[in-house]
Design a protein around this ligand. Structure first.
Ligand code: AMP
Ligand code: MN
Ligand code: MN
Ligand code: MN
Length: 307
């Protein structure tokens, strides 16, 4: 699948007059095409690449607008901006963990002001929650016979905010499981000992954090919550009522039936449409950077609202 999600600046019809009067970039197809990836991770949370390595990869893939949306941190944004220079537009982003009716829900904030006092306080609070949650996860794992997880995740997370993928790495490297998927299936996924989400703020608070720091609130990867149609629509009703702006209609390489369903949901709730790879790492079985299913025509793209 080739990179998608572009928007052409080219007008549909040209006259001979256009060819003589339009600026030189008119003739350069690359400069006329935008490719957006509005959901990505770096090593500041659970991604593999440093922010600058991520930016270099984005440039090499022809991405023109990249949102760095690390989990509950803005620590990578300055480095990403510096590495981007004038060749690539960085959208300041974050992916907040939140809670809605007992479900862990991710809300992406795009074009947030990272200097906003509200945002800074929110990030500090979430990081404290992540720290306490990691301790609790380690204790629960110990109860089911897994030793040393707390020390293990310190080693893997280094300076990053601690997340379940760091636990998964520990479980794989110590041989308790043989893959990330198995780590989530047995120990970290929904309903398992390491699934702790009660620590997160409710969805309304999180949307308010994003709104008050000037950002656009996007409900991330709606198909990953395993909800029925009725439950998803209930979530969307609440999301709109509390001031949410957009729905991630396309998350990575997804089934076209999922895209159709989410396109309809965005229409039904008059939500803007966002798209992104949710890139974490290179390698087989991971979502590649800048490559995701096409955005359906007729969506109202979130980037039209970027300032
Ligand atoms: P956390 O933010 O600590 O709740 O961890 C959630 C992260 O774990 C997600 O953002 C994914 O990167 C990763 N993740 C969740 N489920 C799986 C899975 N089944 N296999 C691999 N990684 C997963
Ligand atoms: Mn992640
Ligand atoms: Mn997520
Ligand atoms: Mn993500």
């Amino acid at each position: 699948m080739i990179a998608q999600g572009f928007q052409s600046k080219l007008p549909t019809f040209y006259t001979l007059w256009d060819y003589f009067t339009l600026d030189p970039p008119f003739f350069n197809f690359r400069e006329c095409v935008y490719l957006y990836d509005l959901h990505t991770h770096s090593a500041c949370s659970d991604g593999e690449l440093s922010p600058s390595a991520l930016v270099d990869l984005a440039k090499s893939r022809g991405i023109t607008t990249l949102a760095l949306t690390d989990h509950d941190t803005v620590a990578g944004l300055i480095e990403a901006q510096r590495a981007a220079g004038d060749d690539l537009r960085i959208i300041q982003g974050i992916e907040f963990s939140s809670l809605w009716n007992g479900h862990g829900i991710h809300i992406v904030g795009l074009q947030i002001d990272m200097a906003s006092p509200v945002l800074q306080a929110a990030v500090a609070q979430q990081q404290q929650s992540r720290f306490e949650r990691a301790r609790a996860i380690a204790q629960r794992l110990e109860k089911v016979g897994i030793q040393g997880a707390w020390e293990g995740v310190q080693y893997y997370a280094k300076d990053a905010v601690i997340g379940r993928p760091h636990f998964a790495q520990y479980l794989v490297d110590t041989g308790y499981v043989n893959s990330f998927a198995q780590a989530f299936k047995r120990y970290l996924g929904t309903g398992k000992p390491g699934d702790i989400k009660q620590c997160w703020s409710n969805i309304e608070t999180v949307v308010q954090w994003i709104r008050s720091s000037g950002g656009i609130a996007v409900l991330a990867h709606p198909d990953k919550y395993g909800m029925t149609h009725t439950k998803l629509y209930h979530l969307l009703e609440d999301f709109v009522a509390i001031g949410g702006h957009a729905l991630e209609v396309v998350s990575g390489q997804q089934d076209s039936r999922v895209t159709d369903k989410l396109y309809r949901a965005a229409k039904d709730f008059s939500l803007l449409a966002s798209c992104g790879s949710d890139f974490h790492a290179l390698g087989q079985g991971r979502q590649p950077l800048g490559q995701y299913s096409p955005m359906p025509e007729g969506c109202q793209p979130v980037w039209e609202y970027f300032s």
